[in-house]
Design a protein around this ligand. Structure first.
Ligand code: HEC
Length: 117
């Protein structure tokens, strides 16, 4: 019967360790799950104007009469994740808000845009 207490303590320790490990896996998983998912959204929603690798389509730049900055450029990469997300969801300058993109998808797209550096 004396063994009961240390066993309970070990069990508690194990539970805490398992929860901590799962939390770590979940957060690490989320941070790299974003980019591949974002690539799909990017290809469907952004590539028609910004090109497959964010280089920008000349015809679109001409049509909007703007210089489309490469998404890999310092200028764009200097923006925070929140700012980039706002460009997608609220638009900026001549770029209209991109329709049919959820906040989560916008965050995924931003993760993908970060891989363009
Ligand atoms: C219909 C064409 C079109 C689509 C679709 C589009 N954009 Fe744009 N985007 C533009 C244009 C045009 C500009 C330049 C706006 C300006 O300079 O006034 C721009 C600018 C940007 C910029 C630069 C903003 C800055 O201030 O430097 C980012 C970042 C960007 N777009 C990201 C995206 C992402 C991510 C998507 C997809 C979710 C997307 N765009 C979809 C046309 C588009």
């Amino acid at each position: 019967m004396h063994k009961a207490e240390p066993y309970a303590t070990t069990e508690q320790f194990m539970k805490k360790t398992i929860i901590a490990t799962l939390t770590l896996i979940a957060s690490a998983g989320l941070s790299w799950a974003g980019a591949p998912e974002g690539k799909e959204v990017y290809t469907a929603k952004c590539a028609p104007c910004h090109g497959a690798n964010g280089e920008g389509k000349a015809a679109i730049a001409k049509m909007y009469n703007v210089t489309l900055p490469a998404l890999s450029s310092k200028e764009v990469q200097a923006k925070t994740d929140a700012e980039l997300q706002a460009v997608i969801l609220k638009g900026q300058g001549k770029m209209k808000p991109v329709s049919g993109v959820t906040e989560k998808q916008a965050a995924d797209v931003v993760a993908f845009v970060r891989t363009l550096k």
